[in-house]
Design a protein around this ligand. Structure first.
Ligand code: ADP
Ligand code: GLC
Length: 479
């Protein structure tokens, strides 16, 4: 059965965050359930460069402002349909933002085009290929549901997955006439949102099913605190809303074979992590010996709670900890991290970069993986942490709540703890969690047990791929 995944990023070709990892891993995971997933992606420069052999399967004289072609290709194990539309995607800078970090002014056209093409494919645009299911990720693809609802093939079923409800794709009403939707779509039951156009809103309204990436986030987004204005709609659609946890690509992220590590290891010989810890300390200019090493790999944004980490640096260092931070983002948060590193040479290190390879070493060498997010739909870094024996210290929200078992006394006694959780998401609560973490670290038996328990936790795609497959089958009327 054919499923068309529609995504604005996909690992290993183009990645700004967890969405890419998920979009890159899901097709492989679904193959085991007899779903053939192709991915429709924009032809950004890095995607076009990766296309060696491709087949032109369709062409458009005018795809939202210029000519375009669809190219089918198999790249790095992924079946892709690439939209080669230079006027939309061929430009230097970020995929969503220009060099000054401002959203591209024509993002509405860039992602309306992505969504529109998906609906056309489901209508049979390409001979011999007619996906029955469109699986659209985030606001950039969500409009596929609207294109199907207002003029698509009536048998197509659309699943919209929310990876982060903070990003919604909201525009002024004046773009509506250019969207290729009938006037009726500019309505509460369509894409209209507070007098403008809401891409995610329209998608959520029109989708046959909605998923998000953890059960807890599925509940949270039905509340004003986390719903970012869409909570009412989601409450209405609660019976069509499913929380399905992300998995990780267990081959890409395997400490036993990972070539980015200084030393490979498994749950039976975690002692070898020491070599990775050494390598990591060197990379960050940290003292070689001296207490637990806290690692942070993240976009530096408000969502990720980076400010409350900055507020706890003195405390962490005073308790004997070291901190290694890899990330970039908000200039104020970057400055706070740089300042902390300057203040505590040898104890705090900051590398302002996006470095895939180093992110693996962080997992293989840190004692603790810090994830103090204010909200976190699923989160992947804590899952990598579990798999690599970097014990996650997380806030109890979203997918973090669902994937880490807090080391309270009962859990420690039962031997089921895999990490440390804290709530509320503020400086004092994180400070207390850091203290608790260091106390646990100072009990080597307890710590080792927690590490091993985490490493044995199933964080693969197996279970969740089965849930997506079951959802697709239900939508297709197959029991
Ligand atoms: P989000 O998608 O909200 O950023 P996730 O935890 O789902 O959060 O996914 C983040 C992904 O991006 C992970 O694969 C993580 O390793 C990676 N990542 C984040 N920051 C960096 C960085 N500075 N360098 C390398 N990888 C990073
Ligand atoms: C988003 C979320 C993150 C999630 C990722 C993949 O970027 O912020 O929590 O893990 O999508 O679903």
């Amino acid at each position: 059965m054919d499923v068309l995944s529609v995504t604005s990023e996909i690992y290993p070709l183009v990645k700004t965050g967890g969405l890419a990892d998920v979009a890159g891993a899901l097709p492989g995971a679904l193959a085991a359930h007899d779903f053939a997933m192709r991915s429709l992606v924009p032809g950004y420069p890095q995607v076009m460069a990766a296309l060696k052999k491709g087949r032109v399967v369709a062409g458009f004289d005018d795809l939202f402002g210029g000519p375009a072609q669809l190219i089918a290709a198999r790249v790095q194990g992924l079946d892709l349909i690439v939209i080669d539309a230079p006027h939309l995607y061929d430009r230097a800078g970020g995929i969503y933002v220009d060099d000054t970090a401002k959203d591209w002014a024509d993002n509405w056209a860039r992602y309306a085009a992505l969504s529109w093409v998906a609906a056309e494919l489901a209508k049979g645009l390409v001979d011999g290929y007619r996906p029955r299911i469109i699986h659209a990720h985030d606001w950039q693809a969500a409009m596929a549901a609207a294109y199907v609802a207002f003029g698509g093939d009536t048998e197509t079923r659309v699943v919209v997955t929310i990876h982060n409800i903070a990003f919604q794709g909201q525009y002024k009403a004046d773009i509506f006439p250019m969207l290729r939707l009938p006037p009726a779509a500019f309505h509460m039951t369509g894409v209209e949102y507070y007098g403008g156009v809401g891409f995610l809103k329209g998608g959520l309204r029109c989708a046959h099913a909605i998923t998000t990436v953890s059960p807890t986030y599925a509940l949270e987004i039905q509340t004003p605190q986390f719903g970012m204005g869409l909570e009412g709609l989601l409450v209405e659609r609660a019976s069509d809303l499913h929380g399905i946890l992300n998995g990780i690509d267990a081959e890409e992220w395997n400490p036993q074979t990972d070539t980015a590590l200084a030393a490979n290891y498994g749950a039976a010989n975690t002692g070898k992590r020491g070599l990775n810890k050494l390598a990591l300390a060197e990379r960050f200019g940290l003292e070689i010996n001296g207490g637990p090493l806290f690692g942070l790999v993240s976009r530096l944004t408000w969502q990720k709670g980076i400010d409350i980490v900055a507020a706890n640096v003195d405390w962490l260092v005073s308790l004997g900890g070291r901190l290694a931070v890899l990330g970039s983002g908000d200039p104020m948060l970057e400055a706070a991290m740089a300042e902390a590193a300057g203040r505590y040479p040898g104890r705090v290190g900051f590398i302002r970069a996006y470095d895939e390879k180093l992110s693996h070493l962080m997992q293989g060498g840190s004692d603790v993986m810090l994830v103090p997010s204010r909200f976190e739909p699923c989160g992947l870094t804590q899952l990598y942490g579990l798999r690599y024996g970097a014990v996650p210290l997380v806030s109890r929200v979203g997918g973090l709540a669902d994937t880490v078992i807090d080391a309270n006394e009962a859990a420690v006694d039962a031997g089921v703890a895999t990490g440390i959780q804290f709530i509320p998401v503020d400086g004092p609560a994180l400070g207390e969690a850091i203290r608790r973490t260091i106390t646990l670290y100072d009990r080597p038996d307890v710590w080792a047990r927690m590490q091993r328990k985490g490493m044995k936790t199933d964080v693969s795609w197996e279970k969740s791929a089965g849930r997506y497959a079951a959802l697709y089958n239900t939508l297709l009327g197959i029991e």
